[in-house]
Design a protein around this ligand. Sequence first.
Ligand code: IVH
Length: 691
Amino acid sequence: MTIEVPPTPHERIESLRASVRYHQHRYYVLDDPALGDAEFDALFRELQRLEAEHPELASPDSPTVRVGGLIAERFEKVQHPAPILSLANAFGPEDMHTWRERLRRLLPEDEQAKLAYVVEPKFDGLTIVLHFENGRFVLGATRGDGEVGENITPNLRTVRVLPLTIPVVAQNGVDKIRPPARMVVRGEAYVTVADFDAFNRSQEEEGERTYANPRNFAAGSLRLLDSSISARRPLRLWAYQILLLEGVDDPLLTHWESLAYLKTLGLPVADQVRRFSDDQFDELVAYLAQWHDLRARLPYELDGMVVKVDSLAHQERLGFTGKDPRWAVAYKTGGEEAATKLLDITVKVGRTGAVTPNAVLEPVAIGGVTVSAATLHNEDYIRDLDIRVGDTVLIKRAGDVIPKVLRPLPELRNGSEQPWQMPTVCPVCGQVLVRPEGEVATYCVNNACPEQLMRKVEYFVGKGALDIVGFGARQAELFVESGFIHDLADVFDLPWETIAEMEGYGEKRLENLQAGIEAAKTRPAARLLTGLGIRFVGSVVAEIVMAAYPDLPTLMAADVESLSAIEGVGPKIAASLVDFFALEPNRLLIDKFARLGVRMTGDEQLVAGDANLPFAELTFVITGTLPTMSRDEAKAYIEARGGKVTGSVSAKTDFLLAGEKAGSKLAKAQKLGVAIIDEDALTAEAGLPGK
Ligand code: IVH
């Protein structure tokens, strides 16, 4: 007879931890989940419950402790076990052959034939250094200056793909590998393009700071002093080099083996690695030429490819020059990126008064275009990346967008570079600049600042707002400078006789411009409201708001309470509108528009709440990525048919419009029995299911 002995809490906790680790690894690292979400949640919750019941069994390595919480005052310094080297660049096949020739020259003849190479992606993230002791993750650091980095262990602990214990427990009967006594691994922290976009989108909706690119976002997330915030950032990492290894049975001989070993231990290692022997060097070069294709297929950003000499003995022998190992090289095509000197940083005043820094560059050709200016986003961007005037900087030009400064190349500094500071006064009008607390932008708060007025007019007459044909930035500048425009309403009160005498304003042109301005007077008032450039009131919000009031003067009299009662208008938007119309000059401005014959009413047919509209009295929630519509488009589509769109699923929700990658809202809708439809069902002519 066998007697079943129930496990002790300690045993049960340990076995749950092992399963959770295993399943998290399959989910996050291998992208091959073996359990459904609900089954996994059940395991996780049981572990959480047992740990709560038995605080004496708590462990910092438990998979339940990834939520962060430790708040550092500053980062401690960490000495790296070996210098964290950087990489020299190669910009094409020729450079690759030159590189190989040098390797061969430096190796004895009998070794040359044994040369082999590993090609791997160059991840566009940030170097991190991970320390493991007896199978436990004990310390993680940034690169710092290459010798000493910063201790960011609490933040790294929240990164789901980083195993806190190695090897990640195998449950498939494979013999357990003994963890190394000590191992230090170099890797790259990054976020995927999709996660970056989703984060920025939600930040934008909340009116919070957005990031310039995934790399910048990863950098910001890694160095947060409050690790509970890092825990909510979608950070990931790749491991790609073993810096130190002690206490293993068989020493590693090649880079290829090192990657395999890291993978066996459960660290995330990229799949896109290839090994070439020396006599396959031409093939290697041909493979590199395709890296743009590879980049297009990967969900994260690449910064080129890295080619490494495979044998660790060869690496040792080849050594390094300055900060670059001779045994490795970064391959870039140079098509979209270039390095050049940052000559100066100037600031530009935008329509909201936001003052943005711009780079003045030594002209450089990127993909056939000469670039001499680039954006630097804001003060924090320059400070976070430590960009200094006089630095050699990396510039990226993608498509038609304004080129941007990616980062400085500090290794090329000579000491004459100067840190930059935001000016204290507006360069145009001399008004003292203000940076509101909690914001990244600095503002010129002088409403009469001529530069600000030009940009306001440009926006007012532009596509998203009144869309006046023949009126662009040039006219905005000319008319403001000539003293014709002192406020936005003056756009409708131009001194045509004077303009007729100006150069470049012949009869035809004048007529077109006048016709464009007349047509703009008749557009629904939502356009005018958009054009005012009120904070948080873009075209979508303007339409929602105007649909709730018969005309602009009525809206002007609304209070925060009635405004926030409108579906889609939060307290922030409501307050911004009320603040705007509370100012006497703004109210006078609206009166002036009315006097000049500009339409004050909305688009009557699209008023939400009309009982005859097909979606009248139906409430929708939108989640996930829809096949053809953006969320704003779907929202506008629903509202134009009389439906309401809200942010969260409740018993009052009639339909959940779900696209790909729908998350918790989908689960909630299923639980509450809310009807789930896709975009096709929404737009089906036969009407909505069940309606
Ligand atoms: S190897 C001595 N491999 O690129 C070895 N670096 O430009 C030098 N990087 O700071 C680094 N992916 O942050 C290596 N597969 C990869 C990489 C990689 C990205 C980064 C790394 C380094 C920078 C050098």
